[in-house]
Design a protein around this ligand. Structure first.
Ligand SMILES: C[S@@+](CC[C@H](N)C(=O)[O-])C[C@H]1O[C@@H](n2cnc3c(N)ncnc32)[C@H](O)[C@@H]1O
Length: 345
């Protein structure tokens, strides 16, 4: 039964609503199936021939009937095509291969990690207490190097689709030097330096993260990496700063500390670019535009980090508490926006 397209039951508002609740409440079955398909690396063993589930199960070490049923579910949502009891690749299933240029396999695996999955299982407790399910997610990854690898790779996967719209939406060549604070493996600052040939860059992250960074050699003469703690500083002095999906990891109090540290290091002419989803404000809700992927990320942050996604007014409050002023809100052709702030003297 395909709930959403069953026109006979979806015709009236009265019958549609209960069916929609079934669909939403059972929604996690599908993503869980996708995590397991990614973990089993099914897409990697499927070549250009149509293959049976038995063939694939043998390659990945799974039960043929169970794998067939799993693949049938994900194929019914467009991941792999199913023809004559066999599976063939399509655009989405190819992007689950590790060797795909825009591979999303690591991101799917990251979201399926036990620490994510089990933390979401504790959602009721999180909502009752207002405390995240994990005490210190970055400490957790530091203590679990294999999962840290999945985290790094997942962030790189995300970057493949998130960064091109960001680079296209802003003229980064106005900066002489730009620091990517909490920049992870450096994929954002590298993409910016590739598009702005006169700009220099500094990647700043925790020391154990910086130790693992492999910088793109073609721009290595313009890019350096520095390990440290963005709560304590000192941070590099640049005329541009990037914070991509960093503030959303933290409470308002912690975010204010990070922003104050950057302000202390920054010259008075500096600009700060926060790259995150921006939550719809009440005007957007009133215009029927409340449905945004940011609402999903917001709950993930609540569960895992105690952080949050923010509305424009919430960003403005953070900035005014830390020596910055919101100057522009720049949407991109992705769920991410660029929130530009200017240093206040
Ligand atoms: C969600 S990741 C975002 C990475 C990258 N900006 C991106 O968008 O892919 C948050 C980053 O903040 C870094 N981080 C966490 N605590 C930090 C600290 N105290 N000092 C410096 N970096 C920190 C993490 O190591 C991680 O790379």
């Amino acid at each position: 039964m395909e709930l959403s397209s069953d026109r006979t039951v979806a015709k009236t508002g009265e019958t549609e609503s209960p069916m929609k609740l079934i669909e939403i409440s059972a929604g996690y079955w599908l993503p869980r199936a996708l995590h397991v398909v990614a973990d089993l690396q099914v897409a990697d063993v499927l070549d250009d021939e149509p293959r049976s589930a038995a063939f694939l199960a043998d390659k990945v070490g799974a039960d043929a009937d169970s794998l067939d049923r799993l693949l049938r579910l994900v194929a019914s949502h467009g991941v792999f095509d199913r023809r004559d009891d066999k599976y063939v690749h399509n655009v989405l299933s190819r992007a689950l291969r590790a060797d795909h240029p825009q591979s999303m396999r690591a991101y799917v695996q990251l979201v399926g990690l036990p620490v994510f999955w089990q933390s979401w299982g504790a959602l009721e407790q999180v909502v009752r207490t207002g405390k995240p399910a994990v005490d210190d997610i970055f400490g957790y990854f530091k203590a679990h190097p294999q999962e840290l690898e999945t985290f790094d790779a997942g962030m790189r996967s995300k970057a493949q689709s998130a960064i091109p719209p960001v680079v296209a939406a802003y003229d980064f060549s106005v900066f002489r030097a730009i620091a990517d604070i909490g920049g992870g493996q450096g994929h954002l600052v590298e993409a910016i330096l590739r598009s702005s040939e006169q700009t220099r860059g500094i990647l700043f992250d925790q020391p154990h993260v910086i130790e693992r960074v492999k910088l793109d050699e073609s721009i290595a003469h313009r890019l350096s990496a520095q390990g440290g703690d963005f709560f304590r500083g000192p941070l590099p002095r640049c005329d541009g700063y990037l914070l991509m999906e960093v503030l959303h990891d933290w409470t308002d109090a912690h975010s204010t500390q990070i922003l104050q540290q950057i302000r202390q290091a920054a010259p008075d002419s500096a600009k700060l670019l926060v790259i995150e989803t921006v939550l719809p404000d009440e005007n957007a809700w009133a215009n029927g535009k409340g449905n945004h992927f940011g609402n999903h990320i917001d709950i993930n942050m609540m569960v895992l980090t105690g952080g949050r996604e923010r509305t424009p007014a919430e960003f403005e409050r953070l900035f005014s508490a830390s020596g910055w002023s919101l100057s522009r809100l720049i949407p991109t052709y992705s769920p991410y926006s660029i929130v530009e702030a200017t240093a206040r003297s």
